[in-house]
Design a protein around this ligand. Structure first.
Ligand SMILES: *Cc1c(COP(=O)(O)O)cnc(C)c1O
Length: 358
């Protein structure tokens, strides 16, 4: 058996046997006289020429080609999803048998991995990150704990700790799970640390899946566009269970626009501004006695520990500033995650904190 066949064998038998729903737009293109999808032939008023009366292309080839080019991979290795959230859910539903397969997470981490695993009835195995010299690292027994899991969710830069994982660690997990499971690396914040991207490791590890999104650096959280990048065999399996028309026409149009050279140039300069703002915010935090620990991390947020995290979040709320309490996460008692805003928003936060700590 070659490697590719091995990967298909990891999917739930029901999914392997499934004949995907064939939507009208998947069976025939959207050219000519369209009498095959029970659509209204009249576009709604003022739809900006988007033909919103028509069902959208399930996987628009132009957007796929553009994303593949941006990420440095091939279109057949991509599935465009409703945000990375949907990618996480599809992976768990395709590969995890309820009550049988296990999912590994490294808390503190993004909550969707555990949620999707619980909904699917997959057992959660935790390999908590370790705090060390002001940064966070994968635990020494990560490989051992991942070895009998069907999916290991890793995240770099990680939310909410901001730490990076080394490619050596990711490769060791891939090797340990080869033939038995998938390693999913969530790169939602990779544009803030592009030199650490791990997509190229897919050349050596067929069981490595990479999640990307337009929600963070590309400023399109409202559009819900994410991508799963993986071996085409995995992409084919995920396509069997994705909703027939996951990508709304206006979202695809906005994504195409966000990926034009002019728009990318603008995002790059805004990323540079956010980076400078982050440095400024960190300097301010370091002068505040109330901020006990600061983890700057590699993304567009920082994590701080104070004496009373929930109290800080409530006081900020009363001043019109929303921060995210992380106290419910393991090892993050009284920790608060702060997103980098505009210079004016960051000024308001600093002014508030100086009043609060005074
Ligand atoms: C924000 C975030 C996502 C969510 O991405 P969407 O594409 O908006 O669904 C995924 N993973 C992590 C770690 C995140 O912080």
């Amino acid at each position: 058996m070659n490697k590719v066949t091995d990967i298909a064998a990891l999917a739930r038998p029901e999914i392997r046997a499934l004949k995907p729903y064939a939507s009208a737009r998947a069976l025939a293109d959207a050219a000519g006289i369209l009498l095959n999808a029970n659509e209204n032939p009249y576009p709604p008023e003022s739809d900006g020429g988007m033909a919103l009366n028509r069902y959208p292309d399930p996987q628009p080839a132009r957007l796929k080609a553009r994303l593949a080019e941006l990420y440095g991979t091939q279109p057949e290795r991509l599935l465009i999803t409703r945000g990375s959230d949907e990618g996480i859910d599809l992976l768990v539903r395709v590969f995890c048998r309820a009550g049988v397969d296990r999912v590994l997470i490294c808390p503190p981490c993004f909550g969707m991995y555990a949620l999707s695993a619980r909904v699917q009835g997959a057992e959660l195995i935790e390999a908590p990150l370790v705090e060390c010299d002001g940064d966070w690292q994968a635990p020494a027994d990560l490989v051992e704990r991942a070895a009998d899991c069907r999916i290991a969710f890793l995240c770099s830069p990680n939310n909410p700790t901001g730490n990076l994982l080394s490619s050596a660690v990711v490769e060791a997990v891939c090797a340990a799970m080869a033939g038995t499971g998938l390693v999913v690396i969530d790169e939602a914040y990779i544009e803030f640390a592009p030199e650490t991207a791990m997509l190229d490791l897919q050349r050596r590890h067929a069981n490595l899946v990479v999640l990307r999104t337009l929600s963070k650096a590309h400023a399109l959280a409202g559009c819900r566009i994410g991508t799963v990048t993986a071996d085409p065999v995995i992409i084919d399996l995920l396509r069997r269970i994705i909703a027939p028309y996951p990508l709304p026409t206006p979202s695809v149009a906005a994504a195409m626009h966000a990926l034009t050279p002019t728009a990318l140039e603008r995002s790059r300069s805004l990323l540079a501004e956010m980076d400078a703002e982050k440095k400024r915010l960190c300097e301010a935090f370091r002068t505040m006695p109330a901020v006990g620990t600061l983890w700057p991390g590699a993304a567009n947020f920082v994590l701080i520990r104070v004496d009373d995290g929930p109290g800080l979040v409530a006081a900020a709320m009363r001043s019109g500033i929303r921060l995210r309490d992380q106290s419910a996460q393991p090892a993050l008692a009284n920790c608060v995650r702060v997103t980098i805003g505009t210079p004016a928003e960051n000024d308001a936060l600093i002014a508030f904190l100086n009043r609060w700590t005074a």
